[in-house]
Write a new protein. Structure first.
Length: 349
């Protein structure tokens, strides 16, 4: 698909829009089936060294109630995921690179593998690290890693990050290379509907993800947070409904471009529309990440405002999820790692 075709897919409306979603879902079903993989999301800490201009847990935000889950809380959440046949967990947290933290993650990975008899798959989303750290974590048991590029436009990247060595576009690209070299199934993604972003930027984002031979993608609408510098640009943002629509078009277009990758139906979609994740499944997504962070800390991991927060227990959330996926023509694959078919195919060559 070239730029012109992709631009049309992102801007089509009415009957064409419905045809796009139908085509994308059919492409997914043909390439990898209609199964939805679960990743139990454990938000291990909101302590972060970064100061990204869009993020609610940025280092300089004084209004964040900082927390760090204990080892036992993390292992208990992983145990819940294993016992309830999730198949995989995601450890996500603010970025830190100190030795104590790196060692702790290594130990936790080994413990999760041990408690689940090596049955739980593990995805990490812990930001930029050096190659040696990525390698250590891979050897300790992690096999997937999500590192969002946020935007493939280097100028736009600079507009949404501080101008310093800690927030460097080239470093982000280098880290994605490191992850692939270490053997991870590598994931990335972008925010959709950023201030200063054009539809052409989004087309280029899709082409970028294909060009780096990505294995999995998590992308969703940009949602502003009042305690961030980028919030001052809220007057120029697309309406929230348009950001949702564009996000669904991006999911569908990416599925048509790379039929066999894993594409997440992200939580940010659910923040806009209670059925946002299910609508993404109907547009070709195949991964959902139910939040299994202990309820006492779930509300403190606020990357953006209006983040969905359920008072219901993780068991009830799982039951509802299985039901809602079925109503959108998908079945939940319990007890499977749910690895990227794309990754397996290219590594068999």
């Amino acid at each position: 698909m070239d730029q012109k075709e992709l631009l049309h897919l992102l801007t089509c409306q009415g009957e064409e829009e419905q045809q796009l979603y139908t085509r994308a879902a059919a492409q997914r079903n043909q390439a990898i089936g209609n199964g939805v993989h679960l990743r139990g999301l454990i938000e291990i800490s909101n302590i972060c060294r970064k100061n990204c201009l869009y993020c609610g847990i940025r280092h300089s935000n004084p209004n964040v109630n900082r927390y760090e889950l204990t080892d036992e809380e993390i292992l208990e959440a992983a145990r819940f995921a294993w016992q309830h046949n999730y198949g995989s967990v995601v450890l996500q947290g603010g970025e830190r690179t100190d030795k104590t933290y790196v060692n702790r993650i290594t130990r936790l990975l080994q413990e999760i593998k041990r408690l689940s008899n090596n049955q739980l798959g593990i995805t990490l989303s812990l930001g930029e690290q050096d190659k040696a750290t990525y390698q250590r974590w891979f050897e300790a048991g992690a096999h997937r890693y999500l590192l969002r590029i946020e935007t493939s436009n280097s100028q736009l990247y600079r507009k949404i990050h501080p101008a310093d060595s800690l927030h460097n576009f080239a470093t982000r690209l280098q880290c994605l290379e490191y992850l692939q070299e270490c053997g991870y199934q590598t994931g990335s993604g972008v925010m959709i509907g950023l201030p200063f972003q054009t539809t052409e930027d989004l087309v280029n984002d899709l082409l970028f993800l294909k060009s780096i031979d990505i294995d999995m993608v998590g992308m969703g609408p940009y949602l502003e947070h009042q305690d961030t510098p980028l919030y001052s640009n809220r007057e120029v943002l697309l309406p929230i409904s348009e950001r949702l629509r564009l996000s669904l078009h991006m999911v569908a277009a990416l599925r048509l471009m790379i039929p066999d990758i894993n594409i997440a139906a992200t939580t940010a979609l659910q923040a806009i529309d209670s059925l946002g994740r299910e609508k993404a499944l109907a547009a070709g997504a195949n991964v959902i990440m139910p939040n299994i962070t202990p309820e006492s800390n779930r509300k403190n991991y606020k990357l953006y405002s209006n983040k969905p927060f359920s008072d219901e227990g993780a068991e009830e959330i799982l039951r509802q999820l299985i039901e809602s996926c079925a109503s959108y023509g998908c079945r939940v694959n319990l007890g499977e790692w749910g690895d990227s078919r794309h990754w397996h195919t290219k590594n068999r060559k």
